[in-house]
Write a protein that binds this ligand. Structure first.
Ligand code: 13P
Length: 236
């Protein structure tokens, strides 16, 4: 089974650092069963020449096709820049920038209309987790954001992102199984489900071996080449 290792650099990495990272990446061999994806900031999309083993992804796109939307970036331009994947609905955008599930769904459809694959993020905040309402919350968020064609789902508990706290392994497995069943009911049984939230070189292997986990979406640890390499090695 393909395991996705996706680096979400967020608003980190300058041009020189990024070029040095990608040059180092060119020197390593990545097994065929691993799908590596690098998602840098928009201006770097045209500046990085990735090795053929690593796909290019963006961290966001507009929910509109084109037009007077200052500062937005269209899915068609991302496709022209060589992106194969686009992250949509990251919790940082949902919570800090007010993105709704409807906007996320429209973004995912834009990505699909331009021949790329959306990486659709969902995740519960801490109060919902503490109340034991994770499943209900995620089901609603997924149903409201769900595109009509194939995508990759990333389960990222909001309380786990950048905190060093992760759910217990059995909790990750249970949530992924639950999401798989929701997707199955809707005809998306084959959807890869990735885990994201405080994945590091230390815990990647135990998360990646879980049967319901098709890969990881990595933030902080993905800007360190050595850590990212350890995570890739953990997937084999
Ligand atoms: P961290 O790996 O820094 O917790 O971030 C996860 C994330 O938000 C990936 O999209």
């Amino acid at each position: 089974m393909t395991k996705y290792i996706i680096a979400n650099w967020k608003m980190n990495m300058g041009k020189q650092e990024a070029i040095a990272f990608v040059t180092a990446l060119g020197g390593i061999s990545i097994p065929q069963e691993i799908m590596g994806v690098l998602c840098p900031s928009f201006p770097l999309l045209g500046a990085l020449h990735l090795p053929p083993t690593i796909a290019l992804g963006a961290q966001n796109c507009s929910s509109f096709g084109s037009g007077p939307y200052t500062g937005e970036v269209s899915a068609s331009l991302l496709q022209e820049m060589g992106c194969a994947y686009v992250i949509v609905g990251h919790s940082e955008r949902r919570t800090l920038l007010g993105e709704t599930s409807l906007m996320v769904k429209e973004k995912a459809c834009q990505v699909l209309d331009h021949g790329m694959t959306p990486i659709l993020c969902i995740g519960e905040p801490l109060d919902i987790y503490d109340q034991g309402r994770t499943d209900v919350y995620l089901k609603e968020q997924l149903e409201e954001s769900l595109p009509d064609r194939d995508f990759i789902l990333a389960y990222e508990p909001v309380w786990s992102i950048g905190t060093g706290h992760t759910p217990r392994l059995e909790e990750i497995e249970a949530v992924h199984k639950f999401l798989h069943n929701v997707l199955k009911e809707k005809g998306f049984a084959h959807t890869p489900i990735l885990y994201g939230g405080s994945v590091t070189g230390k815990n990647a292997r135990e998360i990646l071996v879980l049967p319901s986990v098709s890969g990881v979406l990595v933030g902080g640890a993905s800007v360190s080449f050595d850590m990212f390499l350890t995570i890739i090695e953990s997937a084999t």
